[in-house]
Design a protein around this ligand. Sequence first.
Ligand SMILES: Nc1ncnc2c1ncn2[C@@H]1O[C@H](COP(=O)(O)OP(=O)(O)OP(=O)(O)O)[C@@H](O)[C@H]1O
Length: 237
Amino acid sequence: MRSLFPLTLTGATIRRKGKRLVGPIDLTLQDQGITIVIGPNGAGKTSLLRMMHGIARLSDGAINWGCDLDTAHAAQSFVFQQPILLRRSVRDNIAYPLRLRGIAKAMARAQADTAGTRVGLGPMLDRPATFLSGGERQKLAIARALITKPALLFLDEPCASLDGRATREIEEILRQAATSGTRLIMSTHDMGQARRLADDVLFLLKGHIHEHAPTPLFFDQPQTAEAAAFLNGDIVE
Ligand SMILES: Nc1ncnc2c1ncn2[C@@H]1O[C@H](COP(=O)(O)OP(=O)(O)OP(=O)(O)O)[C@@H](O)[C@H]1O
């Protein structure tokens, strides 16, 4: 299969009811590593991820992949900030994307058991998914997103409101996914997490990419006063 990458955004913009949510964005991403998207509330992080994933309609510009669009969409998954759980067991929630792809129930469940166990949900596979804690729900969502072995995984603040332990566990799962070859593009408000995980950082401000730099450079030598202020914890608008 041809690689999804480079992913190229050219003047990509979303507007709704006369308001510009994000863009115009000009950006090229290659096939390696973890890109972390940061920025103040309302900067356009979620909109950017949804736009790249193709679930938010473009108002202007273009998004191009290294392969055709259908192949690109089939090879990517998205983990939402509030995962949507089906009223089924943890196992059947994780198996769901495989069932959608026509995989037989027994085979899908067996793969779900492996995927669930890998993220630490082994003892909970038979439980109703709605019984899970916030951290466990996110692990379920990540296992479900990874079960199709996507080339690219988007995550929108997957650790928002989780405690330190759950966050660390999820970071480890994400690191392993990246090591196994899944490209990650993820938003976070947690600068510690951005430092720990990112290969490169996209700093969004008012719908624009204000800075895009390799992680050490971004944190040690931010190139703009706004990025420096944001890292300093100041209010940036
Ligand atoms: N469907 C919509 N219609 C109109 N405005 C929207 C819509 N979705 C988002 N917005 C607005 O677009 C802007 C960007 O929102 P977005 O959720 O992308 O930002 P964000 O950086 O992810 O914010 P946060 O950190 O608060 O999650 C915000 O001002 C938001 O209110």
